[in-house]
Design a protein around this ligand. Structure first.
Ligand SMILES: [Zn+2]
Length: 294
């Protein structure tokens, strides 16, 4: 609540004419209030402090009050010998309370202050991590999100394959790979040691001119960690992610349903995804649209 005496002294201090000050004093000191009780207005009582709510003059009076408050605030800081800024705010100019819009300052994990943003806050909470060498092979410009996510998990070898699930069960069943039925599945088996997977991957490698591509998952991870990104063509990056996605999906389809698709059907679907994405990328380039998903 605004003290009227302080308001009058502020007006005098700013040099307003004494007649105007008298009018304003008359205006603010004649406030009276009534209270609504159960929807009915009951009585009036005089205000002792405050300025009129809804009065067009009130924001200006409030601004003058805040200006005075800011000056008091700054003087207190100058006179206080033990005052210290937060480490991240050193060098910041103390804003005048009435003229600066509200803002939140954020000090990132490196101790650098800046404006608050959700991404900056997320990065601070997430911490500092070493970037895995194959990150750009997964999240390249033009990637297909669901394929990239599946490939990302596969690079970490975190899909719930049968060899991992064995460790979670006390009495594991006698599992067999849903694609070939020969042995238990694992990341190395599914990508691409399995006879079914190998057949699909071999044809995809031919289709995207990538015959040198490894056929073992550990070799593939080594390759992605050592060869620069620019050495790979767009269609090859798309093809690897699409193949991993299609094989993992087919594996799950066979585990959880009675449906099956043969190698040729999978190859056709993978190539359709790759060619569609390439056409989309070309269209974007021709129309000069910026990438939004890179
Ligand atoms: Zn298999």
């Amino acid at each position: 609540m605004v003290d009227w005496g302080f308001l009058i002294r502020m007006l005098e201090g700013f040099g307003f004419h004494h007649v105007l000050i008298k009018w304003i004093k008359e205006l603010v000191t004649t406030t009276s209030y009534s209270v609504m009780i159960n929807g009915e207005q009951r009585g009036f009582f005089k205000g002792e402090r405050g300025i009129r709510q809804g009065d067009p003059l009130s924001p200006y009076l409030f601004t003058l009050i805040m200006e005075g408050f800011s000056m008091i605030f700054k003087r207190c800081i100058q006179e206080a010998a033990d005052f210290g800024y937060h480490p991240g705010c050193e060098g910041e100019v103390l804003p005048t309370l009435s003229e600066q819009p509200d803002s939140v300052q954020w000090v990132d994990v490196y101790g650098k202050p800046g404006s608050f943003s959700v991404s900056c806050a997320y990065a601070s909470f997430d911490g500092v991590h070493q970037v895995v060498p194959w990150s750009k092979f997964v999240w390249f410009s033009g990637h297909i999100p669901k394929h990239a996510f599946c490939l990302w998990i596969a690079c970490y070898k975190r899909h719930p394959t049968q060899d991992r699930m064995m460790n979670w069960k006390h009495d594991p069943p006698d599992w067999k790979c849903g694609l070939c039925g020969v042995c238990m599945d694992s990341h190395n088996h599914l990508f691409f040691e399995c006879q079914f997977s190998s057949s699909v991957w071999n044809q995809i490698r031919i289709n995207v001119d990538w015959m040198s591509a490894p056929s073992k998952w550990d070799d593939m991870l080594d390759l992605l960690a050592t060869i620069p990104m620019r050495a790979f063509q767009f269609k090859q990056k798309l093809a690897l992610a699409a193949t991993v996605y299609a094989l993992w999906r087919e594996r799950n389809r066979r585990v959880f349903t009675d449906e099956k698709r043969n190698e040729n059907r999978l190859i056709k679907e993978i190539m359709e995804d790759v060619l569609m994405r390439m056409a989309w990328k070309k269209l974007k380039k021709d129309t000069h649209q910026p990438d939004v998903d890179s």
